[in-house]
Write a protein that binds this ligand. Structure first.
Ligand code: LLP
Length: 431
């Protein structure tokens, strides 16, 4: 059920490359991305908008996985880019990403971050709060520039049937509340600002969303507000950004609708409301992160020690863990995996996969069905392409793992494995 094949040796293949060869060549833990799947994911969004004949921008949310090579692929595919920090913006600039296609987020953007964004003439700042409006105004004066902005609003979507929707609810650190006058006040400041081009509204309702209902609900709420602003101030938005959050399949319990179906439904809703309020259809922007990178990546580990607790559980430990994939420890996220060197063998055992950090919660997978496990087997954990490398840490002074891209039978190292020198490089002596 994961988009990877077996080869004649019974080994797992990724991008037509034997995963065991990759583990030998680059060592483990190793993040491996099939670039053709990244491209396919990009195209499934872009092509759907094209098919529907609506103007759109698909911005890759680079928090899911940002590196120079990744942003180069995103640039090749013609997507825009969402950054949320100076580090992500710096990476984009290093990767020669066209600045006018970069959108900047953040609930506490610093003067340095905003200056860098304005100096480089990025495509859009998504304004989150009143302090930011002040800071942007001062910087635009200083640099004698103008900038396009969207306003981030929190629509207050909180329904029992939509518990997965977490960031669009009222009690959120992000954005201007849509219903208590905050958004109206911010709108007026931005709309009447002489150096700011107020392009439209943004909202992000949450992550790992499997169908279109939440996006449609958000669209309705945004249009109600737009309708008010249109009546009172003659305002027509050029852009409506519905954020990211398109879900992916981690395990067989996850059954997201195809992205094309979700996009079709949300576009239909935008069209319906534009016509209802007698407005021209705004350009639709979305910001998928996980949906672009998640299922394109897997992580290879080497199995080390084993511990059998008779009648209770078999633990097998790998050479990585919460330092390269924090999601199981942080969110109790579930993953599937296979023994990459025994991928054709029948499953006989159930093991729980532990990381090697000094922390009981450092478990990657509970109860994974596998063939008989030996030390030095290679374990592949699927769908680790989003929020794996990007949330990696140095806990227990682990160096960060390497990243390899594969495509059409070719492999290329795109992020070097950190060395122990890297780990101590910022330490200063106190002797
Ligand atoms: N746009 C905005 C404004 C966001 O806040 C996010 C995610 C995205 C786009 C991209 O969401 P995606 O399409 O990747 O779901 N670390 C968590 C996910 C946190 C996402 C935060 N914001 C995880 O590992 O599941």
């Amino acid at each position: 059920n994961h988009p990877f094949e077996l080869n004649s040796k019974g080994h797992l293949e990724i991008g037509e490359v034997d995963s065991i060869d990759l583990a030998k060549k680059y060592g483990t833990p190793l993040y491996v991305y099939d670039v053709s799947i990244i491209r396919e994911n990009c195209r499934s969004f872009v092509d759907t908008f094209k098919e529907l004949g609506v103007s759109a921008q698909v911005a890759y949310a680079s928090k899911a996985f940002s590196s120079t090579a990744m942003l180069q692929v995103i640039k090749q595919e013609g997507l825009s880019l969402d950054v949320v920090s100076q580090g992500e913006l710096y990476t984009a600039i290093q990767a020669d990403f066209p600045p006018n296609k970069i959108h900047m987020h953040g609930n506490n953007k610093s003067v340095e971050e905003l200056s860098m964004a304005i100096e480089h003439g990025i495509g859009c700042i998504v304004v989150d709060n009143f302090l930011e409006i002040d800071l942007i105004s001062k910087l635009l004066n200083k640099y004698n520039k103008t900038i396009d902005v969207l306003i981030r609003v929190t629509p207050g979507i909180e329904s029992k049937t939509h518990q997965y929707i977490m960031t669009g609810n009222e009690d959120s650190k992000f954005g201007f509340n849509l219903h208590n006058g905050q958004a109206d006040k911010a709108f007026l400041q931005l709309y009447n600002h002489e150096n700011i081009n107020f392009k439209g509204l943004h909202c992000h309702i949450g992550s790992q969303i499997f169908e279109a209902d939440g996006f449609k609900m958000a669209t309705t709420m945004l249009f109600e507000k737009i309708g008010e602003w249109n009546k009172l101030h003659g305002y027509t938005p050029e852009v409506l950004n519905l954020g990211g959050g398109f879900g992916i399949r981690y395990t067989k319990e996850d059954t997201p609708l195809p992205y094309s179906s979700v996009v079709k439904e949300l576009v239909a809703k935008v069209k319906e409301h534009a016509s209802l309020f007698d407005l021209t259809i705004p350009e639709i922007w979305i910001e998928p992160g996980r949906a672009i990178a998640g299922n394109a990546g897997l992580t290879l580990y080497t199995i080390g020690s084993k511990k059998e607790i008779p009648g209770v559980r078999s633990y097998v430990s790998v050479d990585g863990g919460m330092t390269d994939n924090l999601r199981p420890a942080l969110y109790q996220a579930k993953y599937e995996g296979v023994l990459a060197n025994k991928a054709a063998q029948p499953v006989t055992d159930l093991v729980s996969v532990a990381g090697k950090c000094c922390e009981s919660g450092d478990m990657l997978i509970w109860d994974l069905p596998v063939p008989e496990v030996d030390s030095d087997d290679i374990l592949a954990v699927f769908s680790t392409g989003a929020y794996g490398y990007s949330m990696a840490s140095h806990y227990n002074r682990f160096p960060n793992a390497a990243v390899v891209f594969v495509e059409n039978g070719q492999d290329k190292l795109v992020v070097k494995r950190e060395t122990f020198q890297d780990v101590v490089k910022n330490d200063l002596s106190y002797e």
